[in-house]
Design a protein around this ligand. Structure first.
Ligand code: ARG
Length: 588
């Protein structure tokens, strides 16, 4: 059966207070409960902050209450009985501090153990979303910026999917535009027979791009031919189309191998896909009276911006913005997406602000940002090298992605060999583990920071097995698995017959933290901030360590209960790894 989740802890508390508020202030209509985790765990787990606000609403109306504290008191007294709450107290001007029942916490965890963690999925009020991410430009090597977009976008897609949203994962590759004239012309020049012979013909696409650019910049005759080639390509001339497709295909093979390594699913719908829609979309915008002439171009003036958005260039051609307007239209009206999310560096913020405002002016999107359909730009900062400058390697301008991934994996393998694992494990186990840890480290180092800040790429830091790194977290998970294995108990059987008690304070802290998984995913999802989930995961493993240090598991009187707590921790950790695109390891 499709088990409905009971909602987050916060939501479940809110439901109780909703009822109490109705009884406490019946004349105030539906009052939304203000529930938040307690800042200081000494006072309780959660608190209800409605009293002060309500007091200022009712005090002029001849109320029975004689101050906010008494409003809080009444809210507390009017709570319906519930097994969830152990006790409440009033603090300051009417805050209701809530202590949850440890039996209820234990029972909720046990329910999850029986019915799987899918019952802890949050619910986002959206049926279908587009996540536009990765989106490299053809013929240019993928760089670390594309890597950030790929990693962040994949995580956001995973979190939305877990929240039961259908996600269209879109690779908006730069496969259209004037640079193709130059590339095609250069291809013809190198292969005058007209027969393009795949990989070998172009070899290193990046070098090919550079060489053709050089030619374009230095030879006016070539430049003119290149410009004419653009027209031929856009006119759909067979020979040009074929060359274009060939160049795209070679590029595609390159980035697809990166996606495969990273375990990222993406569907390519590049700029060229939306090209045929542009004239109609421009016409639609024109009918709404949004398009004006300005210095020979057709533009949209955007509220609050000095410079207009150019929709049709002076020469009649289209640009990045025209494509994005057509793509937005397509996603809203053809694909019927309610939330459209774009993951690029913060440098493109202005561009997306303008496109989104244009869409609001056209009535495609509601003016209010808290309503759906909605478009969101997820901007991220630069990747810096350890010298604090833009990330580069000595030999090349940009860093090749595959080299980065190789290095992370190789360093992990070396560390494992040094720990004697090559004697203990099969070659395949060694390889798989090195890959999981190495790629996981690269992803986690990126995701754990607030995405809008720059982040420093450092192998030494990300591969450290202490501190807030994937290596540390993956090992913590493997250790939990080994505790369960070493107990010799059948954990699946224990899930059915065992009971969990959370009598030790460190057990209770860990249990409550587990239960908060749902509201954390929801928060990370609604705010499009994967670092919230990383922080949760790191704190979870800290809470586990404290528990494990202070509570004996195997061989203790509480063994069954504590093994179940171990198992629940491992399950939640694995779900976090999954949502972050990290492959768990089970032994170290
Ligand atoms: N290709 C672009 C770049 O590398 C990113 C595309 C982002 N998506 C979009 N719909 N504009 O900068």
């Amino acid at each position: 059966p499709d088990l409905q989740s009971a909602g987050s802890v916060k939501q479940q508390i809110a439901k109780l207070f909703e009822e109490s508020l109705r009884t406490t202030v019946p004349d105030e209509g539906d009052v939304e409960p203000a529930i938040a985790p307690c800042q200081n765990p000494k006072f309780g787990d959660y608190q209800c902050n409605n009293a002060m606000g309500l007091w200022s609403r009712v005090k002029g109306k001849g109320t029975q209450f004689k101050g906010p504290q008494l409003v809080g008191q009444a809210i507390m007294n009017n709570l319906p009985p519930s097994e969830m709450i152990e006790s409440c107290t009033i603090a300051g001007p009417g805050f209701v501090n809530i202590i949850l029942s440890k039996h209820w916490i234990a029972k909720s965890i046990q329910k999850m153990l029986v019915h799987t963690i899918e019952t802890w999925a949050s619910e986002i009020p959206v049926k279908r979303a587009v996540v536009d991410f990765s989106s490299p430009n053809i013929a240019k090597e993928m760089h670390v910026g594309n890597l950030r977009s790929t990693i962040i976008g994949d995580t956001l897609a995973r979190m939305l999917e877990f929240s039961k949203v259908e996600v269209l994962r879109r690779n908006h590759v730069g496969d259209w535009g004037t640079q193709f004239g130059m590339l095609i012309e250069y291809l013809f020049e190198k292969f005058p027979s007209g027969e393009v012979s795949g990989d070998q013909a172009i070899g290193d696409l990046q070098a090919f791009y550079k060489a053709s650019k050089q030619r374009f910049d230095s030879d006016p005759a070539f430049k003119e031919r290149a410009q004419r080639a653009v027209v031929s390509l856009q006119g759909g001339e067979e020979k040009y189309r074929k060359a274009w497709a060939e160049i795209c295909e070679i590029s595609r093979r390159g980035y697809e191998s990166v996606y495969q390594r990273l375990g990222v699913q993406l569907e390519e719908k590049g700029e060229s896909f939306y090209n045929p829609y542009i004239p109609r979309v421009v016409e639609l915008l024109n009918e709404k009276g949004l398009i004006e002439e300005s210095e020979g171009a057709r533009v949209i003036f955007i509220k609050g911006k000095k410079i207009p958005l150019i929709v049709v260039k002076k020469d009649g051609g289209y640009n990045y913005a025209s494509t994005d307007l057509a793509a937005l239209w397509y996603r809203l009206y053809e694909e019927k997406a309610e939330w459209i999310i774009y993951v690029t560096d913060v440098g493109q913020r202005e561009h997306f602000e303008m496109v989104f405002t244009a869409a609001k002016q056209a009535g495609w999107l509601p003016a209010e940002d808290n309503k759906y359909p909605k478009a969101s730009h997820v901007g991220f900062g630069l990747v810096l090298g350890e010298d604090g400058k833009r990330f580069r390697t000595r030999s090349t301008e940009t860093v090749k992605l595959v080299d980065l991934l190789d290095e992370a994996k190789n360093r992990c393998r070396e560390a494992l060999v040094q720990r004697g694992k090559s004697e203990e494990w099969t070659a395949e186990e060694l390889d798989k583990t090195a890959e999981a840890v190495g790629y996981g480290a690269v992803k986690y180092a990126d995701l754990k920071n607030n995405r809008s800040t720059n982040y420093t790429f450092s192998f030494d830091q990300m591969l450290n097995d202490k501190g807030n790194t994937a290596v540390y977290l993956l090992y913590a998970h493997a250790r939990i698995c080994s505790i369960i294995r070493r107990s010799g108990k059948d954990i699946e059987e224990l899930k059915k017959i065992g009971t969990m008690e959370l009598d030790h304070p460190d057990e209770r802290v860990l249990g409550l933290h587990l239960l908060q998984f749902l509201e954390i995913v929801e928060e990370a999802c609604t705010n499009l901030l994967p670092n919230i989930l990383c922080e949760y995961l790191y704190n979870l493993s800290e809470d586990f360590t404290r528990f494990y240090t202070n509570c004996q598991v195997v061989g203790s009187a509480e063994e069954t209960s504590r093994l179940l707590l171990c198992e629940a921790t491992a399950i939640v950790m694995r779900k976090c790894f999954y949502l972050l695109g990290i492959t768990p390891v089970y032994k170290i």
